[in-house]
Ligand binder design. Structure first.
Ligand code: SAM
Ligand code: SF4
Ligand code: SF4
Length: 354
């Protein structure tokens, strides 16, 4: 059976592993004002053609079809989502649909101070800022831009508007920022934020990735235990990618162990790129074009049927598959070569949204 009802009358479509369709990551642009080495190691990219990029109204329409099938959480991402002019207008449009109960934003923070008030007034629920280091020089080396001060300003601006629940996402890389875990936790405390350490993943242009650079969940916990004392694991929340922990003084933090302990079994997320390609997994090599039928005037029933059929056929467990390749020693070298990336920019992390 592939449809059931939760609570009152929310329709729920499930995939071949009985995972519901609940959460949508909407990438609003593939452009970015940073060049993080693990995400956009090159300076120039093949960008999505501008005429293909969906308008906010088209995104609203698509989100509505997803909501018809059970989606209630939307995360705006990119590229850098704040490069998209007047993003708060999209937040307002999405919130016209009462079934969408949570809209979150993942941003590098550079343009946040300028836009945070508008986003707050528009009703955005949660903000996540990516921050990998507290050292300006290291930041410049990682991102190849001198924007550290503006990111910190962006983080400071969040609390001033009345937002609560700020999250700071840190990609933990062995030999790069593994000496900053404690510093980042202390920094977050100061801003009443929660750090989430993300294990380095091999996605798209992360062509410098190697298992040796992954700072594992176990290594993170060991280091933090040595510094703070015993750490307690908090109960799991359904389908949340972050495992949460508590330090002896009550401070909480998260770890997203995508590489060493994949959480595909409960994954309810899918992704729509800025040009309307729908991907069922972060690692999926093929997506479904939703822009074409949308712009051709397909009926709501047709759009819903497309999405329903796509989700019901979903088998993806990308991170688990990669892990078993590693384990069996079958993996040799890069999974996606640079030529392939240039041919299909959708394979890039900055196109499909992290
Ligand atoms: N530009 C925004 C930002 O950086 O927050 C949003 C898009 S970015 C692709 C979303 C998240 O993906 C960021 O937190 C980033 O650190 C993370 N990310 C990108 N490449 C990654 C990789 N190879 N491994 C783990 N996380 C990665
Ligand atoms: Fe860095 Fe985010 Fe831009 Fe990727 S999309 S280069 S992670 S800021
Ligand atoms: Fe979900 Fe794919 Fe990530 Fe697994 S690898 S958690 S299926 S997006």
């Amino acid at each position: 059976m592939s449809e059931s009802t939760v609570g009152a009358s929310l329709p729920m479509v499930v995939d071949t592993h009985h995972r519901p369709l609940r959460s949508l990551r909407l990438s609003v642009t593939d452009r970015c004002n940073l060049r993080c080495q693990y995400c956009m190691p090159e300076e120039e990219y093949v960008w999505l053609p501008r005429e293909n990029v969906l308008s906010f109204e088209e995104m609203q329409q698509l989100a509505g079809y997803f909501a018809d099938l059970g989606v209630d959480k939307v995360r705006l991402t990119g590229g850098e989502p704040l490069l998209r002019r007047d993003l708060s207008r999209l937040v307002r449009l999405l919130l016209q649909d009462r079934r969408i109960t949570e809209i979150a934003l993942t941003t590098n923070g550079i343009l946040l101070a300028d836009q945070i008030q508008d986003l707050y007034e528009a009703g955005l629920h949660r903000v996540t800022v990516s921050l990998d280091t507290l050292r300006p020089e290291r930041f410049r080396q990682l991102t190849r831009r001198d924007e550290f001060a503006r990111v910190i300003e962006g983080i400071e601006s969040v609390g001033k508007t009345g937002f609560t629940g700020l999250k700071l996402d840190t990609v933990a890389i062995r030999g790069f920022n593994d000496d900053e875990l404690v510093g980042l936790i202390e920094f977050a405390k100061h801003y009443r934020a929660e750090v989430r350490f993300i294990e380095y993943m091999d996605v798209g242009g992360a062509n410098d990735w190697s298992l040796a650079k992954v700072l594992s969940r176990a290594a993170i916990l060991e280091q933090l235990t040595q510094h703070y004392g015993p750490i307690v694991a908090l109960p799991a929340r359904d389908a949340a990618p972050a495992q949460r922990f508590q330090l002896p003084d009550g401070t909480t933090f998260g770890i997203i162990p995508s590489t060493t302990t994949p959480f595909c079994a409960t994954c309810d997320r899918s992704r729509v790129t800025a040009d309307g390609m729908w991907y069922l997994c972060l690692y999926a090599s093929n997506g479904q074009d939703l822009r074409q039928p949308l712009r051709a005037g397909a009926s709501p029933d047709h759009m819903r049927a497309l999405i329903r059929a796509g989700w019901e056929a979903r088998r993806d467990r990308g991170a688990e598959e990669r892990k078993s390749l590693e384990r069996s020693g079958l993996r040799n070298g890069k999974l996606i070569g640079i030529d392939q990336l240039r041919e299909d920019p959708h394979l890039e992390m900055h196109a499909r949204g992290g």
